[in-house]
Write a protein that binds this ligand. Structure first.
Ligand code: SF4
Ligand code: SF4
Length: 224
């Protein structure tokens, strides 16, 4: 999933300061799973913003909505009616950063702001702890590395590691992080594939990665 976290309250107060009527929109997708921007978080943020305004003795109207997803025009269309009938000053999106961009794309005359910082693609290691597992390079090669991604999980994205700085199974860049190459080694031992450590990974196909600009997937079989 996409892992995100809410922006600091100070930043959100500053961002919303010029506006008196705001539509706060959550998302039931990834950001609900990582407790950053679901219905519950929409309620908490709306209350926080209202209380802050009350303390300043300034009026604010915050309407709350949570869409199934904000990365799909079908659900973004559900904002049309409330936007038309309420004349909002701004929309504050609690989705990953795709959400506010999709809303802005659909409602060109609306000011749209992100309430979250979108961080990475990953998963929950335990309750309340998420870690990065993939950088979306577009050509997955983890089968060469015992199923562990050296791009996302090694601080130096080494494809022929380890770098030599690994100590006690931890990464020299951040001792709280497992060395990806230590994990790869352990996994290859487990799989009886340790001979793979001797092979040199010659090159990675980066043509599918981010470096060529924004990417697009076109599925002719699904296009209408
Ligand atoms: S190799 Fe690429 S697609 Fe596969 S996990 Fe790593 S970054 Fe993601
Ligand atoms: S210590 Fe391990 S994870 Fe850290 S940079 Fe070196 S090889 Fe990569």
């Amino acid at each position: 999933m996409i892992v995100a976290e809410r922006k600091p309250m100070e930043e959100l107060l500053q961002m919303t300061d010029p506006f008196g009527k705001i539509l706060l929109v959550g998302c039931k997708g990834c950001v609900t799973v990582c407790n950053a921007g679901g219905q519950k978080e929409v309620g908490i943020l709306a209350s926080g913003l209202r209380i802050a305004r009350k303390k300043e003795k300034r009026e604010i109207q915050i309407d709350e909505m949570t869409l199934e997803r904000q990365c799909d025009p079908e659900y973004i269309a559900q904002l049309e009616e409330p936007i038309k009938s309420n004349n909002y000053d701004a929309i504050l999106s609690m989705a990953c950063s795709v959400g506010p961009q999709f809303i802005a794309r659909a409602y060109g005359d609306q000011i749209v702001m992100p309430a979250l910082n979108t961080c990475f693609m990953g998963g929950a290691l335990e309750h309340g702890v998420w870690a990065e597992f993939c950088q979306g390079c577009g050509t997955c090669i983890i089968h060469n590395f015992g199923g562990i991604c050296p791009i996302a999980r090694c601080a130096k994205s080494l494809m022929n590691g380890p770098c030599g700085g690994s100590a006690g199974g931890k990464c020299e860049i951040n001792p709280e992080t497992d060395c990806a190459w230590h994990l790869i080694y352990e996994r290859l031992v487990q799989l009886g594939q340790l001979d793979k450590m001797r092979s040199v990974f010659m090159y990675k196909d980066w043509t599918t990665s981010r470096d060529g600009g924004p990417r697009k997937i076109v599925r002719e079989d699904l296009k209408q």
